[in-house]
Design a protein around this ligand. Structure first.
Ligand code: UD2
Length: 316
């Protein structure tokens, strides 16, 4: 039986994609996840329709038989986080580069239909012009950014040299329900959510005027599915921005959240973070044109939904 595969499918974004695939008509989905940061609980409502394999993408012999003959592999497994790639460069490199190579190699050798690769907006680094378009030269500022870019290049080369259909989507600061707030490497919005609900000030690294194109997780999941269906002649071997197209500073984001909650809590400020990109905003026109990208959630609506999820789901 050949199933659609999601690596990292027990993670915050991966599990949203699994739910979206099942809603889109996939009978079953196979998840490959080492449960390092993913959680089986993220798949609770759909667990009976998911084949979960607790294996690590660093283990080629374990993943190759699972990928064999799959119509599509969504490769989301990774060790994310810019600061984590600086404090723990070895596992970050091994998973994000060696593990990603294993996925492309196993997909090519196993006759996979298409690999949809989760790339990162961090590949751009600091650009002089906003929004950031795919034709700009990448300029990675951290090990994580470089690793994710290498995965894009591998995807492109697997398309041109090995005849594997591939597509890379540069995710732009994805947020939403199930993003784990408990690690020092957690995404900033998951940290904001818990601070707000506990009435604590967040710590903003630097002046808080850095900006991000925060993208709601369900919009990213839908774009992944569209990327799996777009015509190969148009998209294979290419990279597309997977963002919302907006841009909000951390200061204004915290103020917006305080406004939604009806509280007034001044943030604290700390030193700037190494490897941090200053501003990030996606030009989404290529994804709209070639993939039919159509984000449904405004930033404010995404914030409201996410906050409600944390209010009801996170006790600590
Ligand atoms: C990068 C990528 C993003 C994704 C992600 C995966 C960019 C622009 N974005 O996200 O697309 O691949 O990596 O990890 O490179 N911050 C605080 N206080 C905190 C935590 C964070 O001020 O407690 C700041 C942080 O310094 C940064 C912003 O919030 O300026 C966002 O940080 P993040 O770790 O949520 O995500 P980022 O932008 O590194």
């Amino acid at each position: 039986m050949s199933n659609i595969i999601v690596t990292g499918g027990a993670g915050f974004i991966g599990s949203a994609l699994v739910r979206a695939l099942l809603a889109d008509g996939a009978g079953r989905v196979t998840v490959i996840d080492n449960l390092l940061s993913g959680k089986e609980a993220n798949l609770a409502e759909v667990r009976s329709r998911v084949d979960l394999h607790t294996v690590d993408i660093r283990d080629y012999a374990a993943i190759a038989p699972l990928l064999k003959g799959a119509p599509a592999v969504f490769h989301l497994a990774a060790i994310p986080s810019v600061p984590r790639s600086i404090s723990e460069p070895v596992p970050s490199h091994e998973v994000n580069i060696d593990g990603t190579f294993n996925v492309f190699r196993a997909a090519a050798e196993g006759g996979v239909g298409r690999v949809i690769y989760a790339a990162s907006s961090s590949a751009y680094g600091d650009t002089e012009v906003l929004p950031k378009t795919e034709s700009m030269a990448p300029n990675p500022k951290s090990p994580y950014a470089l690793q994710k870019l290498v995965g894009e290049y591998y995807g492109s080369v697997y398309a041109s040299c090995f005849g594997l259909e591939t597509i890379a989507l540069r995710f732009f600061n994805v947020f939403g329900p199930r993003q784990d707030p408990s690690s020092p490497y957690s995404g900033v919005l998951s940290i904001f959510m818990t601070c707000l609900l506990e009435r604590r000030p967040p710590t903003l690294f630097g002046d808080g005027e850095q900006s991000r194109d925060f993208t709601y997780v369900e919009d990213v999941a839908q774009l992944c599915i569209k990327a799996s269906k777009a015509p190969s002649a148009v998209v294979s071997g290419k990279t597309y921005n997977a963002g919302n197209g907006g841009r909000f500073t951390l200061n204004e984001t915290w103020r917006t959240l305080c406004g939604i909650e009806g509280v007034d809590i001044a943030p604290q400020y700390g030193p700037p973070r190494a490897g941090d990109v200053r501003h990030s905003q996606a030009d989404t026109s290529a994804a709209i044109r070639d993939l039919g990208h159509a984000p449904r959630f405004t930033f404010q609506e995404g914030l409201r939904r996410t906050l409600e999820w944390y209010r009801h789901s996170v006790s600590a």
